[in-house]
Ligand binder design. Structure first.
Ligand SMILES: [Zn+2]
Ligand SMILES: [Zn+2]
Length: 175
């Protein structure tokens, strides 16, 4: 998407030589390593559990960071914790993946040296951004006339028309 020629591997689990057992791996990645937008400025912590058996590798990952977003209503920046997870079952043979939903299944070559999770994690974090960005559910927004932030102050503008619209909206929100 960014036209990068070099593939950035920030988070990878080496599986060649790993015993058939349950293992835990922790990673910390910087937002730039995951090519995230500047909405993400704090480190990303990734905890994984890897259950390796002869025919499959089952991976569970928990990803935590903090997003810095701009409120759609009052335009102030606010922080929002991001806590997402994924489960992936890696199999060497398509027939071994029968019980898993397709979006949790990846087929890998038996020669695979390491599992690159970079792109999976980048997508999970990006998809976690809410469609509607609000600093608070009841954010009052800005005065359309003077720009006062109604969360902090009231203003003397005559917003009767606007007030009526807001009442309608607030009525809906409180149902
Ligand atoms: Zn707001
Ligand atoms: Zn005003």
């Amino acid at each position: 998407m960014h036209g990068k020629s070099r593939k950035n591997v920030a988070v990878a689990i080496r599986i060649s030589g790993l015993s058939n057992n349950v293992h835990e791996f922790q990673f910390t990645a910087e937002p730039s390593e995951l090519s995230l937008t500047d909405q993400f400025r704090e480190n990303i912590s990734i905890s994984t559990i890897v259950d390796k058996s002869p025919h499959q590798i089952y991976l569970k990952a928990d990803i935590k960071t903090v997003g810095h977003f701009q409120c759609d209503r009052c335009l102030e920046e606010f922080r929002e914790p991001v806590d997402v997870g994924c489960k992936i079952c890696y199999v060497y043979n398509e027939k071994d993946g029968g019980a898993f939903p397709p979006d949790e299944l990846q087929i890998i070559s038996p020669d695979t040296v390491s599992l690159d999770l970079t792109e999976d994690i980048r997508q999970l974090i990006t998809l976690s951004i809410p469609l509607k960005l609000l600093c608070a559910e009841d954010c009052k927004g800005l005065c359309p006339r003077c720009g006062a932030n109604w969360n902090r102050e009231s203003c003397a503008c005559d917003n009767e028309e606007v007030d009526q619209r807001w009442q309608g909206l607030q009525g809906l929100l409180h149902k």
